[in-house]
Write a protein that binds this ligand. Sequence first.
Ligand code: ADP
Length: 681
Amino acid sequence: MPIDTLARRLPLLLAVAAPFLVCWLFIDAYVLPAHLEPYVLHLNGTWKLQEGDGVGWAEPAYDDSGWGEIRFPGGYSSQGYRASQAWARKRFELPASLRDKPLLLTMGGMRTSRVTLFVNGHEVGRTDESFRGLKGEVDGLEAWRVDSRELLPGSNVLAVRFEWTLPGNDGVLDGRMLLGAQEQLTPYYLRASDIRQFFQNGALALFAFMLLLLGMFMSRKADPSRRALRRSTVFVVASAAFYLGARTGLLPLRQSSPLTFTILSLTVVGIVWAIIEFSQHYCLGHVTRGGKAHRAVCGVFAGAFLAVQVLGPLEGPVVLYRLFALYIFASVLYVSGLTTATLLRRQRSSDAVFAAAIFCMLGAGVVDLLTDLYVFQAPRLFSVSVINLGLCVGVLLIADFIQLSYVNETLSANLARSNAELAVALARAEDAARLKSALLAERLASVGTLATGVAHEINNPMAYVTANLTFLSKQLPELAHCAEGDEAVKEELAELGQVATESLEGARRVNQIVKELRLFARGGGDERLEAVDVRTVARRSLNLALHELEQRARIIQELEEVPRVLGSESQLGQVCLNLLLNAGQAMTKEDTDRNELILRTRRREDGWVMLEVADTGCGIPPEDQRRLFDPFFTTKQTGEGMGMGLSICHGIVKRLGGEIQVESAVGKGSVFRVVLPPHAA
Ligand code: ADP
């Protein structure tokens, strides 16, 4: 994600995460404040455990035979007993500070089991089923008032009866067990419960928010992958609705009924199915063979849950659920791998967001797992807050990701539309340019025809003007010779002879120009190709432009002998002339002394022929260099250039199998190099 976007999003992220952060800072709410210690008796530690339906309970205070042990570590939870019914009990001495005071007995939440508490054989309370949600969990601390009259000054017995409704599943007790003065313990108990409730509700709100966004995202379009995503979304939304319903008590489901368990299991199957589906579509754009296998596995599990529910004993789903839990871990690894690979491959900003979300949630999952596995002996609230923070950030990032996808999609649509419009405009412009260049070519052709005609017309009279002048320039010196003696006539005749010779020189020059003009103007795409000497072409073109160029620069000719090339003299002349005129125009008349124009012919090492025109003129900026050969590209004033010269030259040279190279530096000058293949014959 670009830094500026991230910077803009950070305040939002912080705003949503802030309450969680604050709670996290006050996490010791669950750790008993030091000033309460004198008013509290900790009942954690080793308890005696006996499986069964309470046989021998009649005199629990005196009969210890047959009781096992269970630990309530006091940090987080205690696990590891399996029975459909069991009792745990502990003896304690009531400290003097608690005698004759209203007392409160608090205990962490109990999962997968209903618990009833007894003090010296009298029931003081039981876990409240109405709070049970997913996993049959009793949330938060629970607290019961204890009548101090039931407590003895000496030894007392606190007993807990577990009633397993999911046999085979380990009971989990959040093992903090405190007996304390009601007055001191109540505010602490309320605070801890409130914060915990806040965490849970916050997470739920975020979850609902994400689903809303996800639903919006999915409802936009209906290409095949979207349809699959939409199916997943429906699953997730349905599961979430169920989860929320169970959490908030809207659904009157009993914690441990087999039906609840099956529905919850199916919900988890649905969510896992949807997550992998979503990741695959997002990361790969389609469902792979592995993804299809995953669908099948989810289907089999769902079917098995249903079948066991209808047919079998309750143990079946528990085993299935364990197997499926293993499968969930494998899937999570797969999704993380897929996301990481996509992230590394595509390096798109939305990928980074998506990956961050996945990893935050994964982190939350790992914290939860490690806590369950006793790796962390952190207070329950601590792990809840870490998990919530991870989920919170993950959910926000997913929301962000969905928004990004939204924006992306809108932008892509706009871009596609603009592209289409541009393509139409470009096609129109190209048509116009083609028409213009056809018109120009036609005009150039008629100018050429005109020039050929004029040259032809001049050629005939020039033939006899030249012949006569040749005759005169020969005869007049002879006549002067005959007029020996008459110095005045002799001088007159000699002068006339001189005039005739000069006129003859002029006439020859005119003949030369006419010849070159005819050669030059003969051009056209269908010109007959012949072996051409590039040196001659260079000389002729220079002659034509000499007058113009001499006013601007010193002209240097480095015309090495080169192999002939297959081409048309007139067309190559046109190329060379254009390069020369351009070079001339690039140099100002003010700097004639410093300006240099080099006309060069060379043979390249591989035998190709090079014709170079180098100038010390204004040079061409890099952005213009790319467009030099575009038709109508010109930087000259209207009337000075049409921008067709280089485009036509490029066409001619391309047709002959060669190319034009340009090197230029602004303020230093340019070199235009025509490279042509040598004529094979
Ligand atoms: P025209 O000369 O009619 O502008 P050309 O196609 O011959 O058309 O040239 C296109 C543009 O290329 C010119 O307008 C000029 O900006 C640039 N150009 C060509 N040759 C040179 C050069 N030797 N030095 C600087 N700029 C040049």
